[in-house]
Design a protein around this ligand. Structure first.
Ligand code: 13P
Length: 248
């Protein structure tokens, strides 16, 4: 099954208006790409990003959304608001939010559902900590995280993007080996196959210290359909070179 690759930059809480303009310009100048390319930017920059990228084939999105549609939830942003700004994607369940904001598997699943209800594709992150890997719990952890989303989305499960991000590989410079990542991606694909007839067309991204020098070997693995890029997404040259490494 051939799946079109997707490379997504997760800017996290980085950027400034001048830096963003230069970064987006660098990515725009490097087109065309053979894969789909998106940037997930901090909320205040969505409007400007939408204007800058409008009319191009680059996509944009956010890094979180509320489980609620609207209401008295100070500081929250709804999926409907993201849709108004043309967001194609929203990252949900990033390990930084699971760890720093105590997001549960069910909350992550509810965010994915809220996003899909507004036509925004959730990029659902799963991944084990180093302690969990060393205790032999990798498979159980990622399956539990994905299972909550599958059960909540039911017949829409085929519409999400999944991202495997081992927590120990994020921001550490210590990427999973292509074989370690592929092994988990294959498990996730099998779990998706049991849940939806669309599993073979679904994208499963790898994230965690993806750099220009390791991207192509990671992206050559059969179940790795692109990447979710943190640090290297902040430099146009690095991000562009990672996008170029994606398989067709
Ligand atoms: P790094 O690429 O900086 O390791 O971050 C990965 C990540 O968390 C993307 O969501």
């Amino acid at each position: 099954m051939s799946r079109r690759s997707l490379v997504v930059g997760n800017w996290k809480m980085h950027g400034s208006r001048p830096a963003n303009a230069a970064l987006l310009d660098g990515i725009l100048q490097a087109r065309p790409f053979t894969c789909d390319v998106a940037v997930c930017v901090p909320f205040p920059y969505l409007s400007e990003t939408a204007v800058t990228l409008a009319g191009s084939d680059l996509r944009w999105g956010a890094q979180d959304c509320s489980v609620h549609e609207q209401g008295a939830y100070t500081g929250e942003v709804s999926a409907g608001m993201l849709a108004e700004f043309g967001c194609r994607y929203v990252i949900v369940g990033h390990s930084e939010r699971r760890a720093l904001h105590a997001e549960s598997d069910q909350q992550v699943a509810d965010k994915a559902k809220a996003a899909l209800a507004k036509g925004v594709t959730p990029i659902v992150c799963v991944g084990e900590t180093l302690a969990q890997r060393e205790a032999g719990q990798t498979e159980a952890v990622v399956k539990r995280q994905l299972s909550a989303v599958i059960h909540t989305l039911t017949h829409c499960a085929g519409e999400m993007v999944v991202a495997y991000e081992p927590v120990w590989a994020i921001g550490t410079g210590l990427s999973a080996t292509p074989e370690q990542a592929q092994a988990v991606h294959a498990l996730l694909r099998a779990q998706l196959r049991a849940a939806t007839p669309h599993a073979d067309g679904m994208k499963i991204l790898y994230g965690g210290s993806v750099k220009p020098d390791n991207a192509s070997v990671l992206f050559s693995m059969p179940d790795i359909d692109g990447g979710l890029i943190g640090g290297a997404a902040l430099k146009a040259a690095d991000f562009v070179s990672i996008c170029r490494a994606a398989r067709l």
